[in-house]
Structures are given as C-alpha cells and as structure tokens.
Design a protein around this ligand. Structure first.
Ligand code: 6GU
Length: 215
C-alpha cells in the first residue's frame, strides 16, 4: 500500500514511520510512504499557501491552488489512490474505518490542514473526511498519524498471525481490553492474579471476560 502525506510539516511523520512496526512494514515492502511538502506547491516567490477569509474573520485559511497541485502530483504517482481529509467536520474515525481502508488496499493520499482551516473548495478533493474525536487539534498531522498507524497494522502480513486472529474476534467498533500481566509474579507487593497462573484455560477465559471493558 502506498501512503502519500501532504503537509506543511512533513518532519512530524519521521518518528512514526521510522520506528517499530511501521518501519518493519516498510522494510518488508508491505507499505511505502511518500512525504510531500505542501510548501513546494506554494504560490510565487514566497511560496504562499494561505490567505485571509472572504467575509472577514480571524486567522488564515489554506488556499486551494497549492493543495490541488500537490494532490495532482500525488495522483500522478498513484492514480487509484483515495484522498483522505482529516477535519473536525468529518465522519467519526473508527476501527471499522481502519478495517475498510486496509481491506480495500488502495493507496492513500492524506492531506493535512493547518492554520484556522482551509478553503471549502479543498473538500472537493477528498474521497473521505474523517474526525478522530471530540477535541480540537492545531492541524491534520496527528489525525493523519492515527489513520496511518491504525491502517498499517491491519495490512495482511504486518502483524503476527496470532494478533491478527485476535483482532478478528473484536466486535467491529467495540474495542475489547482486559488486564494483562508478564513477569515477575510479584512486583513491589503487587501480584499477578492467581487464576492467570493456574493453567486452567476455561477459568482464565471467564476471568478475562469478567474484566473486559467494552468501549
Ligand atoms: Cl481530523 N482535525 C483537527 N484539526 N482537529 C480534530 C480532528 C481533526 N479530529 C478531532 N479533532
């Protein structure tokens, strides 16, 4: 899967894509990233990407031309890719969204808004608009990283088979988590629940069910 990111701050992604499972997925050629700096598509000598609001209002908005040019550039490298726009006005991003993006297997072009917002005509570029929760962020980079992390781990081959199977038992958007323990058995007077040491799988299963938190 090819994932192209259009941002004014592409460096923000270096940590995510250079680390751990996502790095491994690239090494195994299961996913490929391209960071595109929106500034490279800015207008004129000053590479302008923003403008004042028609009708008045505080702050600056992303102008459409640089984003249209950047998306065209990305589409030239991947004609079949779908464009994702992170925005508080989007549909709520869920595990089921991540699953469908991973299952479709199409390339992604994620465009990251900044400033106080974007010219509405930028939404015409988007196949999907997604919102990651009920709080306000300063830009689309963190939401883009959440999309990337949640999709890449679902690409076949990225996780070990065991974990992938576990995921299948998760009920769509109901995220299941129970307390887990590793060594040592006793740590500063805090001990691992006896049942988990018992080897009794039926009892372990029922303990986990009882302690499962459904979101
Ligand atoms: Cl996708 N963008 C911004 N700026 N803030 C958000 C968000 C997205 N989702 C929740 N808050």
């Amino acid at each position: 899967m090819k994932i192209q990111i259009i941002s004014l701050f592409p460096d923000m992604f270096e940590g995510l894509i250079g680390t751990s499972m996502i790095k491994k997925a690239q090494d195994q050629q299961l996913v490929e990233f391209k960071l595109i700096n929106l500034r490279d598509f800015g207008i004129g000598k000053r590479r302008t990407v923003d403008g004042l609001l028609y009708g008045g209002g505080d702050g600056m908005l992303l102008r459409p031309e640089p984003m249209y040019a950047a998306v065209e550039f990305a589409k030239n490298a991947d004609k079949d890719a779908q464009v994702i726009l992170p925005t508080p006005r989007g549909e709520k991003y869920k595990q089921s969204t991540a699953k469908s993006l991973a299952a479709e297997g199409r390339g992604l072009i994620i465009i990251c808004p900044r400033y106080e917002g974007y010219d509405e005509r930028i939404t015409e570029l988007a196949d999907r608009q997604v919102c990651i929760g009920n709080y306000v962020l300063t830009g689309g980079e963190l939401p883009a990283m959440i999309v990337i992390d949640s999709v890449v781990r679902l690409i076949p081959g990225v996780l070990g088979g065991e974990n992938s199977l576990l995921m299948e038992s998760f009920n769509d958007d109901k995220l299941i988590e129970y307390p887990q323990y590793t060594r040592p058995e006793n740590f500063n007077g805090l001990s691992v629940p006896e049942v988990l040491l018992s080897g009794n799988h039926a009892e372990i299963e029922s303990w986990r069910k009882k302690h499962t938190k459904l979101q």
